[in-house]
Design a protein around this ligand. Structure first.
Ligand code: ADP
Length: 475
């Protein structure tokens, strides 16, 4: 599928918009001009008719008593009248033919009677209709005729549309010529603006393409000059941040894992070589094989732990989410801890104040508490290991408190790191691989919980497992 280019789409849309807008504007201007001109023409005819009507008011029958009129007034009337006009008069009596007759009023009075073709004596209405019809035939478009009746007079004023039709033609031609020119200029402007607006986007694309797996520390340059593109660049940079940190974590994990596996492998090789040396007794060889077996056990435990961490971090571990009785899990763990501590100067007890329901996976919770308890046994010479319940907001907690060697405050967060041991040789001597707390914290987080630690060197430590509470009784 060929994809459209943003620049092309924007320019095309803008082009279409400019064309329609300009064309609509031109049509509107021409229409408005025609409308205003027509209204002007009609008003001018009305004015002329007004002038003629008021002059007719001054008309006096020949022989009647004369009235006076000021010359200035006549001049005003004349100037207010810019159109061709004609007056007829309908006289109803004193005619040879009978009924009313229509006369055309000319400067040379008396007036002339108007005849409509062969039918002499037609009614005044016939005369009017015939007159208007003849005018209309001569130029419906070029003229507008106003007809007004003023008593026995009929006023006809004709105005020509010629001047404004001519101007209208000029205006339309101008629009026709200027429209493509304006549209072309607008298109060039739009092209340039769109190209300029898209430059930062192109730069962000190029810079992002330049960032390879080897230079994940590089970032896309911000600000880009365009807020939206800067937003995109920021999002890309944040994504590279995440990729970089997971890449670093993966590298660290690979380095740690290969380092941790190398030591037992060296041991194994040494033991095998020792056993293979000449002159070893059957007992010595059996002892070496037993030691080799223990080392292989430890290695497979470590590999299993690593697999568990990898699956957990990739969210591939099946974790149940159901209400369960924490007390039951704690009692099981207490029993196993007591077995682990058998023969040591350690008292193991659970002081549970009532039932406590949590939401999560009972088997994983058991695994977490066993890890914490095994550490407590491992790092406590004498004293006690106590399990107690705790409640906090929406969380249910189990404290595992020992009276062991404790942990320096600055190390309390590091002990959750992969392969981290406070005293490497001692921990290994106890059988610790440095993954126990990492797994415990991971399993807690997968159940939407967490593990906290408070500790005082030489006094002991309390590791607390917090899980979402199913219900908090007594609250
Ligand atoms: P390990 O297998 O070495 O015990 P963990 O991840 O379980 O690995 O623990 C990391 C380190 O934290 C241990 O090496 C130990 O130094 C310290 N630690 C863990 N639990 C306790 C505890 N209850 N008392 C004192 N130190 C502890």
């Amino acid at each position: 599928m060929t994809e459209s280019r943003l620049g092309a789409i924007l320019t095309q849309r803008f082009d279409r918009l400019v064309w329609t807008t300009l064309a609509a504007y031109a049509v509107l201007v021409v229409l408005a001009f025609a409308l205003v001109s027509e209204i002007g023409l009609r008003r001018s005819l009305e004015q002329s008719a007004d002038g003629i009507e008021s002059l007719l008011g001054l008309y006096v029958e020949p022989g009647a008593a004369p009235t006076t009129v000021a010359p200035a007034m006549l001049a005003d009337q004349l100037l207010g009248m810019g159109d061709r006009f004609m007056i007829t008069r309908t006289v109803s009596t004193g005619d040879a033919v009978g009924g009313p007759s229509v006369y055309f009023l000319s400067p040379t009075m008396p007036a002339k009677r108007i005849e409509t073709g062969a039918e002499i004596g037609s009614t005044p209405d016939d005369v009017r209709r015939t007159l208007l019809q003849s005018i209309a035939e001569r130029g419906r478009w070029r003229f507008h005729v106003l007809h007004r009746r003023a008593g026995e007079f009929d006023i006809y004023v004709a105005g020509s549309r010629g001047p404004y039709l001519f101007a209208l033609l000029g205006l339309s031609l101008g629009a026709l010529v200027l429209l493509p020119v304006a549209a072309l200029a607008a298109r060039r402007g739009a092209n340039r603006t769109v190209a300029r607006a898209l430059t930062p986007l192109g730069r962000v694309v190029a810079e992002t393409q330049d960032i390879g797996p080897r230079d994940l520390s590089r970032r896309v340059g911000v600000p880009t000059g365009l807020a939206e593109v800067t937003g995109l660049a920021d999002a890309i940079n944040m994504m590279i941040d995440r990729v970089e940190s997971s890449h670093q974590a993966l590298e660290a994990f690979t380095a740690d894992a290969s380092h941790e596996l190398r030591t037992p492998l060296t041991h194994l090789r040494a033991q095998v070589q020792w056993a293979l040396a000449e002159g070893r007794s059957a007992e010595e060889i059996a002892e070496a094989l037993a030691a080799t077996g223990r080392e292989v056990d430890r290695m497979s435990r470590m590999v299993e732990d690593l697999l568990l961490i990898a699956r957990g971090e990739n969210r591939q571990l099946a974790i149940e989410r159901q209400p369960f009785d924490l007390a039951q899990v704690v009692r099981e763990v207490e029993e196993i801890t007591a077995d682990m501590a058998a023969g040591e100067d350690i008292t193991v007890r659970a002081e549970l104040d009532g039932p406590l329901q949590a939401i999560g996976d009972p088997a994983r919770t058991r695994q977490i508490l066993l890890n914490l308890a095994a550490n407590a046994v491992r790092y406590t010479k004498r004293g006690s290991i106590t399990f107690t319940f705790a409640r906090e907001a929406q969380m249910a907690g189990v404290h595992v408190t020992d009276t062991g060697e404790g942990i320096a405050p600055e190390l309390c967060t590091r002990i959750f790191d992969r392969f981290y041991r406070v005293e490497s040789s001692r921990s290994r001597a106890h059988g610790g691989g440095g993954l126990g707390l990492t797994i415990a914290q991971l399993l807690a987080k997968l159940q939407d919980g967490r593990i906290d630690v408070t500790s005082e060197p030489g006094q002991g430590s309390t590791f607390s497992l917090w899980l979402p509470a199913a219900e908090l009784e007594g609250r």
